[in-house]
Design a protein around this ligand. Structure first.
Ligand code: FE
Length: 347
């Protein structure tokens, strides 16, 4: 019987590694590292480790249970965004593990994808921990992607990108297959994590800025920090894929990507109208539309495509939210020490 692992004295050379379709070497050797940026993302992501249950929800519970704590409009925007998120990270995780991991053949990129997959699980955990702590109707939240049209439309758009690549005849050797993988990466990185997530972060973090729902918002802040790394890693991956496969980056392909991003902006603007029919906390759905257009331009420029809107940023405070370190966040909660090998207890 032929070996699965080829026995050879021919060693892996960094220059032979490829983002996809790694033919020269197998996918098991992290070193020699070629994509040093991917390894750095992995190290940085591990340094940001956190868990939802470390964050106290006590003040959130008092505020949420108080009859005058929140208006109906405020409760609507909070529930809807938690509902969107409760299944969004699962969609991302499934696509990551079932599609992207399979076809990305650089081991140092896979190393980060494994870390990212765990982070998506932690985020889903947070979106279960927050509603459970507040005594919300969890099944209402976890079913919103099937019951609320503005959430369904976004998730349907994303889920379609996954299903196409789960077909048994899908491969990344052909021109068409490589373009489809690129489409999938952009659909999830730029549109899902890069647009849909960010406007939802704005709505939820607006409460945290007023010291309302501080525990939930501290978790959202950690999630935002993780997601900004998922976005930046994904953009690097997309650019590296295009660089190694310049033939797929045709004018038609670029036009198709711009079209999809514009469609994503429309879906998000509609979602904003649905969440914020009347406006609150200085937020209106027009501002959300402006914001999603602003960040869409920035994401497009990062992959070498022309900006489409020229809109301003109505929420400059969002960049501070991303940059804050764990030890010094604006809620001044405690810093958690992690167990290391020397302090693990086994009983
Ligand atoms: Fe993510």
């Amino acid at each position: 019987m032929a070996n699965i692992i080829e026995m050879t004295t021919k060693r892996v050379r960094a220059e032979d590694k490829r983002i996809i379709n790694n033919k020269a070497v197998d996918v098991n050797q992290l070193v020699p590292i070629k994509y040093t940026w991917a390894w750095q993302y992995y190290l940085d992501a591990c340094a940001n480790h956190w868990m939802p249950q470390e964050v106290s929800m006590q003040r959130d519970i008092e505020q949420w249970k108080s009859p005058n704590g929140f208006t109906d409009d405020e409760r609507r925007v909070i529930t809807r965004n938690l509902g969107f998120f409760s299944t969004a990270d699962t969609l991302v995780a499934n696509n990551l593990v079932l599609v992207i991991y399979k076809y990305i053949t650089a081991p140092e990129c896979r190393q980060y994808l494994l870390r990212q997959s765990f982070e998506e699980a932690i985020h889903t955990h947070a979106y279960q921990y927050i509603p459970q702590s507040l005594g919300m109707d969890e099944s209402e939240l976890f079913n919103m992607y099937r019951e609320i049209p503005s959430i369904h439309a976004k998730d349907e758009f994303e889920a379609r990108l996954t299903v196409d690549l789960l077909r048994p005849d899908f491969e990344t050797e052909s021109f068409r297959g490589r373009q489809q993988l690129l489409d999938n990466l952009i659909g999830y990185t730029v549109i899902m994590e890069g647009l849909f997530f960010y406007t939802a972060f704005v709505m939820l973090l607006s409460f945290g800025r007023q010291n309302r729902l501080p525990g939930a918002c501290e978790q959202i802040q950690y999630i935002l920090r993780d997601e900004s790394m998922h976005l930046n890693f994904g953009l690097e991956l997309i650019n590296a894929l295009i660089q190694e496969n310049p033939d797929i980056w045709t004018p038609e392909c670029q036009a198709g990507i711009i079209e999809k991003v514009r469609h994503g902006v429309e879906l998000e603007a509609k979602y904003g109208e649905d969440c914020l029919p009347n406006g609150l906390l200085g937020l209106t759905h027009d501002m959300l539309r402006e914001y999603v257009q602003h960040i869409a331009d920035r994401r497009l420029e990062r992959i070498g495509l022309p900006k489409q809107y020229g809109s301003g940023n109505p929420f400059p405070w969002m960049s501070e939210m991303i940059d804050l370190g764990k030890e010094k966040n604006f809620f001044e909660t405690r810093v958690t020490e992690y167990q290391t090998g020397g302090t693990l207890s086994w009983d």
